[in-house]
Design a protein around this ligand. Structure first.
Ligand code: 9PG
Length: 428
């Protein structure tokens, strides 16, 4: 018997596994608790023979979809945690209180070309080149901030203030977009130094580590979203960013308050801790700001975000290159365009029912990439055919008429697929 194992958060794998044969990925030898937690919502690995799925699952000998609030477990042939059944994944998704009114999204994002090295000059050069491109949104990704947690201050690579940048993007006729990891704080950030009591703790009483990332200076800590002051801080922070002009926010690494640890209110569940953080952000952002979830436990963001990353990061390569294999248990989740493509297929049923799916960025360039011309086309057209968000992530100086023509094709297919998904949403 095969079981559809649906992933926990944006980057987690979703796939069919053979019961009694395939191991749950949380059982990968050498997988560290933080990895298991980020991908199954629990720090402990599955029992031998146990398979895990989140929100929904189904079996290949029965068309019924089984659904629950969070973790569903197959233990000794018995499904635990399921509370309802549906005829299809689409029917389940249609019954959720999604937020599906945003228009089809087309934009530019800095990450998959400039990564953390991005400079203000890269942003301004591309903004100037964007004149002939059909972008509504122009989004600055990771790399502008002074420190993780200090989102209102830019670093030395960005001489301008955020207000200035937003005003100039707006002046160029684009919607200003900004990346942030709202629930993470670097140990040396102003917010962490000023408010040590806002940080969740691990079982030893040390600040809870939410991510270790070399370009952020190493380990960063997790905000405790059961602390009322933290929720107020998040609401205010996002209100300030919106007032500065950023009405499109990519909220990343948002699994963090779901990690096991010591929180002020130990009665709040991991899913509710994430939900409370997202709800505070939506209160601060107001109704008209486009919120994009990323690295997000999917169930906790339903109804609060307009768009959701539904798979791993793309990368300027197809399969994960041998030298870039991640930590054990992380293989299907590593940045690789092939991994992103698998998620587009597995989570298509969510688009226009829970939110707009964000399959991750399209890369149109054929230089400065390990992707072949065919792989570039294959991914771009898959994004188009999904009807999901289309964000281009290239230095526009690298793109010629072929890239332009490919994007035209992607957008034509995308608008058509999106219209079809939207009309299916309104069926009973
Ligand atoms: C910015 C990036 C981009 C990207 C996001 C997210 O496990 N990891 O080390 C890991 C690092 C980065 C990452 C995902 C996982 O990517 O998905 O679009 O915004 O952050 O840092």
């Amino acid at each position: 018997m095969r079981m559809f194992c649906h992933g926990y958060q944006s980057w987690s794998e979703s796939r069919w596994r053979v019961a009694g044969v395939d191991e749950d990925p949380s059982r990968t030898p050498g997988a560290i608790p933080a990895m298991i937690d980020a991908h199954s919502g629990l720090p402990a690995p599955a029992a031998p023979g146990e398979l895990r799925s989140h929100l929904v699952t189904m079996f290949d000998d029965d068309p019924t979809v089984h659904a629950g609030q969070g973790l569903l477990r197959l233990v000794d042939g018995e499904l635990l945690g399921a509370t309802a059944t549906f005829d299809s994944l689409e029917q389940w998704a249609r019954r959720q209180p999604g937020r599906t009114g945003a228009p089809f999204q087309v934009g530019w994002c800095s990450w998959y070309q400039f990564f953390d090295h991005v400079t203000e000059d890269d942003i301004r050069r591309n903004l100037a080149l964007a004149d002939t491109w059909p972008f509504d949104v122009f989004q600055i990704d990771d790399g502008f901030q002074r420190a993780i947690g200090d989102w209102l201050d830019t670093n030395e690579k960005f001489p301008s203030t955020l207000e200035r940048l937003a005003a100039d993007i707006d002046g160029a006729g684009r919607r200003p977009g900004l990346w942030l990891a709202p629930f993470l704080v670097a140990p040396d950030s102003e917010v962490a130094l000023r408010h040590p009591q806002w940080i969740a703790r691990d079982e030893r009483g040390e600040p809870l580590v939410g991510m270790v990332n070399q370009h952020w200076g190493g380990a960063v800590h997790v905000l405790d979203t059961t602390e009322p002051e933290v929720l107020e801080h998040l609401q205010q922070l996002v209100g300030t960013l919106v007032a500065a002009g950023f009405t499109y926010l990519k909220l990343d690494f948002t699994y963090a308050p779901g990690l096991a640890g010591r929180y002020t209110d130990s009665e709040v569940s991991p899913a509710d801790r994430v939900h409370a953080g997202y709800a505070a952000i939506r209160r601060g952002a107001g109704d008209d700001t486009f919120l994009l979830g990323c690295g997000a436990p999917l169930g906790s963001a339903i109804g609060l975000v307009d768009g959701m990353r539904i798979g791993p990061d793309v990368a300027p390569w197809w399969e994960v290159p041998p030298g870039r294999r991640g930590p054990p248990g992380y293989e299907g989740t590593m940045p690789a365009t092939a991994n992103a493509l698998r998620a587009v297929q597995a989570r298509q049923f969510m688009h226009r029912r829970l939110w707009l799916n964000d399959p991750d960025c399209v890369m149109l360039r054929t230089t400065d990439t390990e992707l072949s011309v065919d792989e570039v086309r294959r991914w771009a057209l898959a994004v188009g055919d999904s009807g999901g968000m289309v964000m281009v992530s290239d230095d526009l100086a690298n793109l010629g008429p072929d890239a332009y023509a490919l994007l035209d094709d992607v957008l034509a297919r995308g608008r058509e697929a999106d219209r079809r998904a939207a009309s299916l949403t309104s069926l009973p």
